[in-house]
Design a protein around this ligand. Structure first.
Ligand code: NAP
Length: 472
């Protein structure tokens, strides 16, 4: 597919880009590899000022950077501004903490003076999605820049402008040539880059489909990888939940970013005593959203990212209804050619329904009624994915007890799901493996090199069982 910016609100084709030539790909990898070798001799501290400067650029240019996002994938301008500010926070976070996170760790050992040193691993290939075009990039760029791993990346075909804007900001922040290079690659070219012997790690954020394809190539060529994939996150309303709080948060948990968030609440699992009230309230909230120009501050629901995504979601909803689900609510039609999906609430989804356990990536809520909290947990866990989740319960402690029983990567109790620089992000099952952000997010592509040193060989006989025997 060609790399193209198409405004999903106006349908205007803004710009089309050519794929990278093999020569450009080769030159980019060579530059990145050279930088990796140079960086091995530089301390982490030498890279920190670039991250602070990058954060400053994202703060100073919030509005213009946000506009690129809204034009390309349609998100509300106010949400785009929020994404840009979050990027600045991530860059500053790793600038402030990278040295501490990457300092050698002493190990108490009879073998000698032992320590784990954190060295760069090499050139990384990143493959990123369109739903948070800058934030996804910053999650991988900031920590690995601090480590000293140069990155080549392939962004989504529909967000080439965001890819270029991000690359440009990194250059203007003073990053050396080769630190981050955008490549407009076909899928075949991605495989070739992953296979290249200079590339030592692969990070993908995207769907199970994309993750499976890229992880397969990474596995074949023995490249370390992290996979941040999709989810069917549960929003559990426990028997003793505070319904005023639930009703305030639930619509946002589904509709934020037009429902196109990996950790959007996709399955609302509601105990029977709250079910009717929950449905009525969600319906009112969905009915009251204002679909319109994403640049207009009074708009509360943006178009989807593309016609393709909208059509795919419509097909999923149609299949669900044909399979026996009830369309409990569908928003009134809007007078616009923009790629709007009308907020929809589905109920009566049985286990044999095609929608059961499937990710619906847009403003569609699946609502399930359960007898009690145990049944809620069982239903939440009856999924191939395990990314995030939200639990509303009568107290933080009880909510946390329920949260621990969910097979998933992240859970928020009695509050909205949010992503922050210091909080590890990632999932289990088909939601992928590895973590981004937080302290773990800086350790994925690090060579934890063990160095054991002594002035003379170890003569300590107590080590005889575990150390090689002396030859006499
Ligand atoms: P996608 O189709 O997998 O695309 C993601 C990226 O992978 C894009 O750059 C895409 O390129 C590329 N890609 C897809 N198939 C590929 C292949 N065979 N070889 C090489 N590259 C390939 O995902 P999406 O549907 O655009 O994004 C939404 C999905 O991402 C949802 O499932 C969502 O839950 C998930 N997501 C997860 C996280 C997380 O942190 N866990 C965060 C955000 C989104 P093209 O654009 O050229 O196809």
């Amino acid at each position: 597919m060609a790399y193209q910016t198409t405004n999903p609100y106006t349908n205007e084709v803004v710009k089309t880009y050519e794929n990278a030539t093999p020569e450009y790909v080769e030159a980019s990898l060579a530059k990145a590899q050279k930088l990796y070798k140079d960086w091995r001799n530089d301390p982490v501290s030498s890279r920190i000022p670039v991250l602070h400067k990058l954060a400053q650029i994202f703060r100073d240019e919030t509005d213009s950077l946000a506009k690129v996002l809204t034009t390309e994938m349609g998100k509300l301008y106010v949400e785009a501004q929020g994404e840009v500010v979050l990027c600045a926070m991530i860059a500053d976070y790793y600038a402030d903490h990278a040295e501490e996170f990457l300092k050698p760790r002493k190990i108490d050992s009879i073998a000698g003076d032992a320590q784990l040193e954190n060295h760069p691993l090499g050139v990384l290939m990143a493959v990123e999605p369109w739903n948070f075009p800058y934030y996804q990039m910053m999650r991988i760029f900031a920590p690995n820049f601090a480590v000293g791993d140069p990155i080549v990346f392939k962004h989504a075909a529909i967000t080439p402008g965001s890819a270029l804007a991000f690359e440009d900001a990194v250059k203007r922040a003073g990053a050396p040539d080769g630190a981050l290079t955008n490549l407009f690659l076909s899928y075949d070219q991605v495989s070739k880059v992953v296979a290249d012997k200079r590339v030592q790690g692969v990070a993908l954020t995207g769907s199970e489909r994309g993750g499976t394809a890229v992880a397969e190539v990474a596995g074949k060529y023995l490249k370390k990888s992290t996979m941040e994939l999709g989810g069917v996150d549960a929003f559990i309303v426990a028997h003793d939940a505070n319904m005023a709080d639930v009703n305030a948060i639930a619509p946002r948990a589904r509709l934020y970013n037009a429902g196109q968030v990996c950790t959007s609440s996709k399955r609302f699992i509601v105990t029977a005593n709250h079910y009717d009230e929950f449905l009525a309230s969600l319906k009112d909230a969905f009915a009251s959203v204002k679909l319109g120009d994403p640049m207009d501050p009074s708009t509360t629901l943006a178009p989807m990212n593309s016609k393709k995504a909208k059509d795919k979601l419509q097909a999923q909803v149609d299949e669900a209804i044909a399979g026996g689900a009830t369309a409990y609510f569908v928003h009134d039609a809007v007078d616009s050619d923009g790629q709007f999906f009308l907020p929809t609430i589905l109920t009566d989804i049985t286990k044999d329904n095609p929608a059961y356990g499937k990710e619906m990536f847009g403003p569609v809520a699946q609502v399930y009624k359960v007898a009690d909290d145990d049944e809620a947990i069982a239903l939440a866990n009856d999924a191939d994915y395990g990314l995030g989740g939200i639990v509303f319960a009568g107290s933080a402690e009880y909510g946390a007890e329920l949260a621990s029983r969910i097979e998933t990567g992240m859970v928020y109790v009695n509050t909205f799901f949010s992503s922050l620089p210091e909080l590890e992000f990632g999932g289990v099952k088909k939601s992928g493996f590895g973590r981004e952000l937080g302290q773990n997010g800086i350790s994925s592509f690090v060579n934890q090199e063990l160095v054991v040193k002594r002035d003379r060989p170890n003569d300590d006989e107590t080590g005889g069982l575990v150390l090689p025997h002396k030859f006499s």
